[in-house]
Design a protein around this ligand. Sequence first.
Ligand SMILES: *[C@@H]1O[C@H](CO)[C@@H](O)[C@H](O)[C@H]1NC(C)=O
Ligand SMILES: *[C@@H]1O[C@H](CO)[C@@H](O)[C@H](O)[C@H]1NC(C)=O
Ligand SMILES: *[C@@H]1O[C@H](CO)[C@@H](O)[C@H](O)[C@H]1NC(C)=O
Ligand SMILES: *[C@@H]1O[C@H](CO)[C@@H](O)[C@H](O)[C@H]1NC(C)=O
Ligand SMILES: *[C@@H]1O[C@H](CO)[C@@H](O)[C@H](O)[C@H]1NC(C)=O
Ligand SMILES: *[C@@H]1O[C@H](CO)[C@@H](O)[C@H](O)[C@H]1NC(C)=O
Ligand SMILES: *[C@@H]1O[C@H](CO)[C@@H](O)[C@H](O)[C@H]1NC(C)=O
Length: 744
Amino acid sequence: MALQSSRSFVCLLAFISLSCVNFLHLRAEASTKLYIVYLGEKQHEDPNAVAATHHDMLTTLLGSKEEALSSILYNYKHGFSGFAAMLTESQANAIAELPEVLSIRPNRAYKVHTTRSWDYLGLHYNQSNGLLHDSKLGEDVIIGVVDTGIWPESLSFSDAGLGPIPARWKGICQTGVAFSASNCSRKIIGARWYNNDLDSKDLQGEYLSARDSNGHGTHTASTAAGVLVKNVSVHGLAAGAARGGAPGARLAIYKACWGSSGSCSEAAVLKAIDDAIHDGVDVLSLSIGGNGYPEGSLNAVAKGVSLVFAGGNDGPVTQTVENALPWVVTVAASTIDRSFPTRITLGNDQVLVGQGINYLTEQEIFIRLFDGQSCDVDSLNNTDVAGSIVICHPNDVTSWNPRSDLVTSIENVIAANGVGIIYAQYTTNLLFVVEVCNNAGVICALVDFEVANQIIKYHDMITSTNSTSPMVKVSQTKDVVGPSVLSPKIASFSSRGPSVDFPELLKPDIAAPGVTILAAKGSAYGFDTGTSMACPHVSGIIALLKSLHPYWSPAAIKSALVTTASITNEHGWPIEAEGIPRKLADPFDFGGGNVNPNRAADPGLIFDIDPKDYLKYFNCSIGIQDACDSTKPLYYLNLPSISIPNLKTTVTIWRTVTNVGSTDAAYEVVLESPVGVKMVVEPPVLVFNATHKVQTFKVEFTATVKLQGDYTFGSLTWYDKEDHRVRIPIAARIVIQDFFADAS
Ligand SMILES: *[C@@H]1O[C@H](CO)[C@@H](O)[C@H](O)[C@H]1NC(C)=O
Ligand SMILES: *[C@@H]1O[C@H](CO)[C@@H](O)[C@H](O)[C@H]1NC(C)=O
Ligand SMILES: *[C@@H]1O[C@H](CO)[C@@H](O)[C@H](O)[C@H]1NC(C)=O
Ligand SMILES: *[C@@H]1O[C@H](CO)[C@@H](O)[C@H](O)[C@H]1NC(C)=O
Ligand SMILES: *[C@@H]1O[C@H](CO)[C@@H](O)[C@H](O)[C@H]1NC(C)=O
Ligand SMILES: *[C@@H]1O[C@H](CO)[C@@H](O)[C@H](O)[C@H]1NC(C)=O
Ligand SMILES: *[C@@H]1O[C@H](CO)[C@@H](O)[C@H](O)[C@H]1NC(C)=O
């Protein structure tokens, strides 16, 4: 743990002052760890009085004031109060006993998880109507990005034509290595960095400033709010204009993730959220792993900031979704209508098609083909590999993870001096991996097992019947866009629900483009893939919605996104989820569906939530003391989705909707009940007028069988006569026993 010695701490709140003054015996001994201590919301009745009662106890517990100060690495003070400090376990235990301490836990570290995608989503740049136009490109909305920093020289962050910085902005431009005050502009209006608990290994090759050495933060920020940059491509691929979702929005950069691996400390992220609340951001985009950072994120949402998180890259395994909290938007990743066909020509002139990102023209010639089998070190231990293109196909598909296996196979082929690799895989998104091929000067193409089988058959025929060698030519990739590419599909890597922590929340909330997304990387442009790329798509769209509807709460905006999302593609086919096997997508893959920004601008009805309601469901473990109620199931929250993990006989749920469409409107319900469940909605018609803008309806779920079951899915949709379609996804599981483990 690298500790700076010259930090000066201001203990702002009395609670924190108390803690600062009394950490007298704290020593940076080997057994200390970073702990996050949460004291609740910022407002307290009389902190001094409460503080005094623990003064004596703390004095005997702890040591010198100077060491206490150097032990506190971050103070949280704007949206919530608390601190992160180096403590021994016994000190942590003693602090946990203090009544003003709502929670204390060890710090954790997480990982950070174009531009065709915006046109694909219907946000055309020059259109004279639609969300992008009506929101004036998200003008003056402030998007905070908690990530690995930013590359301010990228053309995507030009501030040409932007007006003055919004007057409500209260942030700073923190300077540092290779980052001067002039690096902030009317586009990048603020920058901060958090290195108090940095590990020295994360500092290698790093700038001690908001400058982005990793590339991830520049990619996500330019995806959310980059301006239009013409004539961009990756070596001719995906050529066109690059731009973010809200080109008129301003960016506030919070660098809390460091190093080539993009390691984000929870304590640093919480400090970034705390600062973002103070600075005045409207949307906070967090393409990072974690648990949703509840103390920070809840207080941010209570102050009107929308928080958008990546859902994680651990799919297609179920129960892997991260950042699954009711007040944030959790984003899954989908594909767009671009594919990268790469022609593979065999020596007998047979032409096959794989996928690649292959721009190495000098090797577009016939080259000897080698059958590398599983492409482990043994199967490539052959002098014929050198100078050959190697076809890799695992012998045992069932016990095989293509994501890591492809990387190993490429490394093995390169080590054996092969010049190319054709890799057989089931449907999954691996194109982002093959960038390492281009960097190493090796040709890569990905094929399915059927194509691989034809290549191997040709190889075996030539080697068995002819004295000549089998030959193959891999052509340069030509990307294809448009309706001929089956899309969107939920990406195989996109983490799936249900949430392990909160099965009564339907997560993820929504899917957005996250596969082979072109955006800024340093001063150039590059592809990246992950829910990290999907997250800033939703952040950019929220910036547009905030510009159009400045008074909508974060819950209202999330409702607009979820209830209008697409569940079919443009041909009307249901959206698929990639995986093993591929299947139709269900709400645990994509929540409400694939994001549909133009529809979200005019959702008809919204499911709104007073932030205080969230606390009632968390037994006061976070947040305002006086809002404690009971431990009601989370499915009673007025969310735009319903998940009932334990339906025994009957569960009755209420939802309240607010009309944000025409004043006089009538909506009729259409139900799609989960298999084995009877749903009844009362009333089945909702009528709105000038005095009745808000209506409540009841949904009764009844199990029609006695069964220890599995989740089944359905939906509840309100339709009016003006083409509004307000759909909420539903998941329900019938159980007999109280406790049910989903393992048979
Ligand atoms: C759209 O706008 C861009 C940028 O102003 C411009 O270069 C392009 O020609 C326009 N395209 C159309 C179809 O109007
Ligand atoms: C950012 O600051 C550095 C100096 O720290 C300077 O070299 C660079 O040109 C600046 N970039 C921009 C876009 O102002
Ligand atoms: C686009 O960029 C390429 C190479 O980066 C260049 O050769 C070409 O002239 C540019 N086209 C336009 C219209 O600027
Ligand atoms: C390759 O095979 C030869 C014999 O066939 C063996 O001696 C050698 O150790 C092998 N090399 C590796 C790296 O496995
Ligand atoms: C064997 O090689 C010759 C010359 O390259 C070719 O004409 C012939 O078709 C090959 N035979 C088979 C079975 O591929
Ligand atoms: C609610 O909180 C109280 C006090 O912190 C605790 O004793 C109780 O077990 C909690 N109840 C549940 C259901 O978690
Ligand atoms: C709205 O509808 C309610 C119930 O039908 C009715 O009592 C009320 O008068 C209506 N208000 C207006 C302004 O039409």
